[in-house]
Design a binder for this molecule. Structure first.
Ligand SMILES: [Zn+2]
Length: 52
């Protein structure tokens, strides 16, 4: 499971990964390309939260 998220929604994304995957989330900072939108708002994603 992968969730793209902005600074504002990173904690929400981490919580969702923990709840739904019951795994430790991996937080990865994006370099700005390819430009992805946050999964929860219209802002540009800054992080990718992934499960193992
Ligand atoms: Zn957001």
């Amino acid at each position: 499971m992968k969730i793209y998220c902005c600074e504002e929604h990173v904690e929400l994304a981490l919580d969702i990964i923990v709840d739904e995957c019951e795994a430790a989330p991996i937080l990865q900072k994006l370099d700005g390309f390819p430009q992805m939108k946050c999964g929860y708002c219209e802002k540009e994603a800054i992080y990718l939260v992934d499960s193992e």
